[in-house]
Ligand binder design. Structure first.
Ligand SMILES: Nc1ncnc2c1ncn2[C@@H]1O[C@H](COP(=O)(O)OP(=O)(O)O)[C@@H](O)[C@H]1O
Ligand SMILES: C[C@@](O)(CCOP(=O)(O)OP(=O)(O)O)CC(=O)O
Length: 464
């Protein structure tokens, strides 16, 4: 029987406030969803001679050498569905894609645990909005069909610099949702149902956490599922008890975890949508990419080891920052309820953002981690001089990922910023002699929508 063809998409994120703090359940993060999305399309693979029967092909056609082929099999003792990358042919991609592989195995395991579905061959296509990657790409001749909607990056995935918008969380969320929907009888996955959404959230968190190596607060997956929110993380013990795929009983444990039926491990993540308009309509969130990127894991390890070494100093900073972050949420909410009439009405937001930044710089200084590096300080300060720019911040873990700016949502303000950045250059004034060089204004803006069902017919020109 042919399973339905389906497509789902999920958004990227920017952690406006709460980087590092949000790793601890005592603190929260202010997460803004973006209009940059990752789309996943799943259809039955029509088997032809020479093709293995139990094969799932995953393609990311915007990148070179990005076609991963998987075999799958049910393991013994309820261990779940194991997927194995097939590397037999020279045209198959040989490198692993940990996020795709784990999302596939988790989604297949969950679906077959619930519906006892027979897993059939499938063809899965991933399409990402341009702003996830710094590489400007080009419409290469082999991909003449590609239009601007899903740009051909013309490089292998590992060569495309990330901008830090959370591609893996958006990918895993859209991927697990689409795979579950494809194999679920009658494709009844309804992302508008709260219960179903929370299951999809739990499944995506479990898969993302396993692929990422169990670090991270999960705020990026929460944003991919729910869009903008104030996020309080789940207790890490919820996923620690799951064990590895293939181990006896994994399938049943995954089902309990996803459906939240394990009384010892009740999900306690808190997704507060009260501030759904986190960035109000009259303010526009803009991202400014410096095309350097940062290694979040290393930065997290160093900040946390400083926190452990200096608990009292860190506590004071964490508490003061949390207060600043809450103030920012409150001020943004006020602006959403009562739109600004003059530039002066943005003064409170301006002030709070400056306070948060100075605390972040203190964190940088004390921990020795370049959370707001000097080059980013200069960039944000220069942007803040421009008319209509309310404030800027190094989001998330900070470093050399794209910075976030809040500006008055007016054409002349946005044009002014764009023109200013066209000529902006920073040379290595940083201790590590990092040179930003050219900065680029990304096209992303805030968007509140989480995971969403798409019309599977809309992707025909990108399915090869
Ligand atoms: N378009 C894509 N196609 C396939 N895999 C992707 C795509 N975008 C991201 N990924 C997966 O996500 C990984 C990047 O995740 P990560 O390093 O956590 O960055 P980010 O901060 O953007 O989430 C890639 O190595 C790859 O496994
Ligand atoms: C440090 C953190 O609190 C925030 C990191 O935020 P980023 O947005 O920088 O994350 P990446 O997408 O991994 O680059 C870690 C976390 O909460 O997971």
């Amino acid at each position: 029987m042919n399973q339905p063809t389906v497509a789902f998409s999920a958004p990227g994120k920017v952690l406006l406030a709460g980087g590092y703090l949000v790793l601890d359940r005592k603190y929260t993060g202010l997460v803004c969803g973006l209009d940059a999305r990752i789309h996943v399309h799943v259809q039955t693979l029509q088997t032809s001679p020479g093709l293995m029967f139990s094969e799932i092909i995953v393609k990311s056609p915007q990148f070179r050498d990005s076609e991963w082929r998987y075999g799958y099999r049910e393991t013994e003792d309820d261990g779940g569905i194991e997927v194995t990358q097939l590397k037999g042919h020279s045209t198959f991609t040989q490198s692993r894609n940990k996020f795709v592989e784990t999302a596939l195995a988790y989604a297949l395991t969950y679906t077959s645990a619930v519906h006892h579905t027979k897993i059939g061959p499938a063809s899965i296509t991933i399409l990402a909005d341009t702003d996830y990657y710094s590489h400007p790409g080009s419409s290469g001749s082999e991909m003449a069909m590609m239009t601007d909607r899903f740009l051909d990056f013309n490089v292998p995935l590992h060569e495309a610099h990330k901008t830090g918008l959370g591609s893996s969380a958006a990918l895993v969320t859209a991927f697990t949702t689409a795979v579950v929907a494809h194999y679920t009888p009658h494709a009844v996955v309804d992302v508008s149902s709260d219960q179903e959404k929370s299951r999809l959230h739990n499944l995506a968190q479990a898969a993302h956490c396993a692929a990422q190596g169990k670090i991270g607060s999960g705020f990026d997956v929460a944003a991919a599922v729910y869009g903008s929110c104030v996020y309080r993380r789940f207790s890490p013990s919820i996923l620690e008890g799951l064990g590895d795929l293939g181990v006896e009983g994994f399938s049943t444990r995954l089902r309990h975890t996803v459906e939240d039926t394990d009384p010892m491990r009740t999900w306690d993540a808190n997704i507060d949508k009260r501030f759904a308009a986190i960035v109000p309509r009259n303010v526009r969130l803009m991202m400014c990419d410096v095309d350097c990127g940062s290694e979040t894991v290393g930065m997290v390890m160093n900040v946390l080891s400083w926190r452990k070494a200096k608990p009292e100093e860190a506590l004071l900073l964490w508490e003061t920052l949390q207060k600043g972050n809450e103030d920012l949420a409150t001020e943004l909410e006020k602006l959403a309820l009562k739109p600004a009439k003059s530039s002066g009405d943005y003064d409170n937001v301006r002030e709070v953002m400056l306070t948060i930044r100075s605390l972040i710089r203190e964190m940088s200084l004390k921990s020795g981690v370049p959370i707001e590096p000097v080059v980013q300080t200069e960039l944000i300060n220069s942007c803040c001089q421009l008319p209509g720019v309310v404030g800027g911040i190094v989001p998330g873990a900070g470093g050399f990922d794209a910075v976030a700016l809040l500006v008055e949502n007016k054409e002349h303000v946005i044009d002014g910023l764009r023109q200013f950045l066209e000529n902006y250059r920073v040379e290595g004034s940083d201790g590590a002699s990092v040179s930003i060089g050219k900065v680029r204004l990304l096209r992303v803006k805030q968007d509140d929508q989480g995971v969403r069902k798409e019309n599977a017919m809309d992707y025909q020109e990108w399915l090869h």
